[in-house]
Design a protein around this ligand. Structure first.
Ligand SMILES: Nc1ncnc2c1ncn2[C@@H]1O[C@H](COP(=O)(O)OP(=O)(O)OP(=O)(O)O)[C@@H](O)[C@H]1O
Ligand SMILES: CC(=O)C(=O)O
Ligand SMILES: [K+]
Ligand SMILES: [Mg+2]
Length: 591
C-alpha cells in the first residue's frame, strides 16, 4: 500500500490509498514491521477532514523544470556547471562511495548522522592522505587561508576533486578566511618558538631579517605598539602562553613571559587590561581584509562549496559577501558560514545567523575573547539558535587536541565530542588534529565512532529534546513545506520507517527534514552536484544526485529500482517520501 498526502494549495488537500505490496522476506535491514491498520490510522489522523479519498493519481505541477531522467553516475566534476551535468545517460545515481558501503553493510539505522569536517594541512594534503580521510568519513575538507599559499590550497582542491571524480566521493570544500585578527608572524619558517618563564621577548610590527633574532616575534597589526599599555597582559593563542607588557620602545613592545609554552606560527594575539579584553581598536579592523577579498576571489574561481568568514561582527558583512558572491559566481551557489569567535558575534548572534547559510562555533578564538568557562554555554546557545533558524552548525576546535600528539583521546575529549553530538550539532570539525597532527585518521575514527554511539544511545533512550522549532518560512508555501517536513519526520519516528526520501531542487526541503532530527536517515535526491555537496554538511542527510521530474510516481519508481540495483534498499523497506516540487507526503513499502 502506498499512501499519500498531497498539498498543492491551501484549498486542495488530497489523500490517496493504494494496496501495500507484500514485504519481501529477504530484506537485509531490520525494519519495524508495519501493520496496514497502523498506516491507515496515522494517515487518516493526518488527513484533512474535508479531503476526499481519491484513486491513485499522477500529479503534475508546472514549475518549468521539464521531465528528467535519473542521471548517470558521471564522476564529481567541479568544473562542469550543473546545467551541463544533465547531459549524462539515464542509467544510474550518484552517491558517496563510503556511504554506499556503510548502508549495505550496516543497514540504515547505523549510518552516521553527524557530519565531519577535516582541516587539511601538511599532514593530510597528499592524495593518499586525502583519500584516507574520505574513506574515514570526511564530508567536508576545510582549507584555512591563514596558512599556506594559494598555490598550495589550489593543489589541495584539485586533489579533492580528483578523489571525488576517480573514487566516487562527494567531499565538499570549505574555504576559511584569515580575517583581521591580530596575530604573530610565521616565525621565519620555524615550526614553533618556546617561551620560558621570566624570559623577555620583543613583539614588534617591524619585519625582522632572517634568521629571526632570538626572542622576537613579528606582529601583523600596525597599531599594536600604540594600543598596548605597560602592565597589559598579552595572550598567545587564547592563553596557551602569557606575557606581561613591561616596556614600549617605538614599534617594539617588551614583554616578560609569565606562563611558558610553545608558540605556533601565526598564533592569535589578544591583550587584556584589568581583566578585560582590549578590543576597541581590534573592533575597527575590517572583518574581511584586502587579503581576504583576494582569497574570496580565489575561492569563487575554484568553485568552493562553502566560504567561512572569520571574526564576523555583524549581519551586514555577511549580506555584503553574499551579494558579492551572487554577482560573481556562476550559480551563486557558494554557502556562507559565519564563524562565531568574537564578542561582537555573540552580541549580534541571531541576526548574523539569520543572514548566513550556516555557522561555526569557533571555540579556539572564542575562548580567547570570552572567559573559557563561558564557551560551553555559548556553544549550546549557538547550536540551538542555528537549529531554530534552520542553519547548519559546526562545532570546532580542540575536540581531540591531545590527538595531535597521541594516538588515543582523553576521556574529557570524548565527553566533549559526545556533548556536541548530543546537542545535535550538524557537524564536528578537526583542526590541528588533521592539519598537522600525527594521527589524523585515528582522530577522524574517534569522531566517527563517538558520533555513531551517541546517536544510537540518544535514539534508544528516546531523549527527544523539548526544543521548540519556530516557523522559519516567510511565505505560505514555505510554511506548507515546514509543516510537511515536521509531520513526515514525526510519522517516520512513530512508524519506525527505514528512511525518509526527499526530492529537492534547492536542498531547502532536505534541510527542513534534517532540522527535525528524525530517527531514520534522510535520503536527499537532488539534481545538481553543488547542492549535493552542500547537503553533505547537514545532519542526517545522505545526498544523492539524480535527475527527476515533477511526477512523483515515476521519480519513486526510478529511484527504487536504481537503489535496489545498487543493493542500497530492499523490497519491503518502509519509506516516507516528500518533495518540494509537489508538496506531498507518501508512505510506502519499496516494491
Ligand atoms: N595549510 C596549512 N599549512 C600549514 N599548517 C597548517 C595549515 N592549516 C593548518 N595548519 C596548522 O594546523 C593548526 C591548526 O589549524 P587551524 O585551522 O585550527 O588554525 P588556527 O591557526 O588555529 O586558525 P583558526 O582560528 O582559523 O582555526 C595551525 O595552527 C597550523 O599550525
Ligand atoms: C576554527 C576557528 O577559527 C577557531 O576555533 O578559532
Ligand atoms: K581562519
Ligand atoms: Mg579562529
Amino acid at each position: 500500500m502506498s499512501q499519500s498526502l498531497h498539498f498543492f494549495t491551501p484549498s486542495s488537500l488530497t489523500f490517496s490509498k493504494q494496496s501495500l505490496p507484500k514485504p519481501s522476506c529477504n530484506r537485509r535491514f531490520p525494519v519495524t514491521t508495519l501493520s496496514p491498520k497502523l498506516i491507515s490510522i496515522k494517515a487518516s489522523a493526518s488527513a484533512d477532514p474535508n479531503s476526499s479519498t481519491t484513486p491513485p493519481q499522477v500529479l503534475i505541477s508546472d514549475n518549468g523544470t521539464g521531465a528528467g531522467e535519473i542521471l548517470s553516475s558521471t564522476p564529481q566534476d567541479y568544473d562542469t556547471p550543473p546545467s551541463q551535468s544533465f547531459l549524462s545517460d539515464s542509467s544510474s545515481i550518484d552517491v558517496d562511495a563510503v556511504t554506499e558501503v556503510e548502508l549495505k553493510e550496516n543497514g540504515f539505522r547505523s549510518t552516521r548522522r553527524t557530519k565531519l569536517v577535516c582541516t587539511i594541512g601538511p599532514a593530510t594534503c597528499g592524495f593518499e592522505e586525502l583519500q584516507a580521510l574520505a574513506v574515514g568519513g570526511m564530508n567536508v575538507a576545510r582549507i584555512n587561508m591563514c596558512h599556506g599559499t594559494r598555490e598550495w590550497h589550489k593543489r589541495v582542491i584539485e586533489r579533492v576533486r580528483r578523489l571525488n571524480e576517480e573514487k566516487g566521493f562527494a567531499v565538499a570544500i570549505m574555504m576559511d578566511t584569515e580575517g583581521s585578527e591580530i596575530h604573530m608572524g610565521d616565525l621565519g619558517g620555524a615550526s614553533s618558538a618556546k617561551a620560558e618563564d621570566g624570559e623577555i621577548w620583543t613583539f614588534s610590527v617591524r619585519a625582522f631579517d632572517l634568521p629571526r633574532p632570538e626572542r622576537t616575534i613579528n606582529v601583523n597589526y600596525d597599531g599594536f605598539a600604540e594600543d598596548v599599555q605597560v602592565g597589559d597582559e598579552l595572550l598567545v593563542d587564547g592563553g596557551m602562553v602569557r606575557f606581561e607588557v613591561i616596556e614600549k620602545i617605538g614599534p617594539d613592545v617588551k614583554c616578560r613571559c609569565t606562563d611558558p609554552g610553545l608558540m605556533l606560527p601565526r598564533a592569535n594575539l589578544t591583550f587584556w587590561r584589568d581583566g578585560s579584553l582590549v578590543r576597541e581598536r581590534n573592533a575597527m579592523l575590517p572583518t574581511i581584509s584586502s587579503k581576504d577579498w583576494l582569497d574570496i576571489d580565489f575561492g569563487i574561481a575554484e568553485g568552493v562549496d562553502f566560504i567561512a568568514i572569520s571574526f564576523v561582527k555583524s549581519a551586514e558583512v555577511i549580506n555584503h559577501l553574499k551579494s558579492y558572491i551572487a554577482a560573481r559566481s556562476r550559480d551563486s551557489d557558494i554557502a556562507v558560514i559565519a564563524k562565531i569567535e568574537s564578542i561582537d558575534s555573540l552580541r549580534n548572534l541571531e541576526e548574523i545567523i539569520q543572514a548566513s547559510d550556516g555557522a561555526m562555533v569557533a571555540r579556539g578564538d572564542l575562548g580567547a575573547q570570552i572567559p573559557l568557562e563561558q564557551v560551553p554555554s555559548a556553544q549550546q546557545k549557538i547550536v540551538q539558535i542555528c537549529r531554530q533558524l534552520n542553519k547548519p552548525v559546526i562545532v570546532a576546535s580542540q575536540l581531540l587536541e591531545s590527538m595531535i600528539e597521541y594516538p588515543t583521546p582523553t576521556r574529557a575529549e570524548v565527553a566533549d565530542v559526545s556533548e556536541a553530538v548530543r546537542q545535535r550539532a550538524d557537524a564536528l570539525m578537526l583542526s590541528g588534529e588533521s592539519a598537522m597532527g600525527q594521527y589524523p585518521d585515528k582522530a577522524l575514527a574517534v569522531l566517527r565512532s563517538v558520533s555513531v554511539r551517541i546517536e544510537k544511545w540518544w535514539r534508544e533512550e528516546k531523549r527527544y529534546e523539548a526544543m521548540e522549532l519556530p516557523a522559519v518560512g516567510s511565505s505560505f508555501s514555505d510554511s506548507i513545506s515546514e509543516e510537511i517536513c515536521s509531520s513526515a519526520a514525526k510519522m517516520a519516528n512513530n512508524l519506525g520507517v527505514d528512511a525518509l526520501f526527499v526530492y529537492t531542487k534547492t536542498g531547502h526541503m532536505a534541510s527542513l527534514l534534517s532540522r527535525c532530527r528524525p530517527d531514520c536517515p534522510i535520503f536527499a535526491f537532488t539534481s545538481t552536484k553543488s547542492v549535493r555537496r552542500r547537503l553533505n554538511l547537514q545532519w542526517g542527510l545522505i545526498p544523492f544526485r539524480v535527475s527527476f521530474s515533477d511526477d512523483m510516481e515515476s521519480n519513486l519508481n526510478k529511484t527504487f529500482s536504481l537503489l535496489k540495483a545498487r543493493g542500497m534498499i530492499k523490497s519491503g523497506d518502509l519509506v516516507i517520501a516528500v518533495s518540494d516540487m509537489l508538496q506531498s507526503i507518501q508512505v510506502m513499502n519499496v516494491p
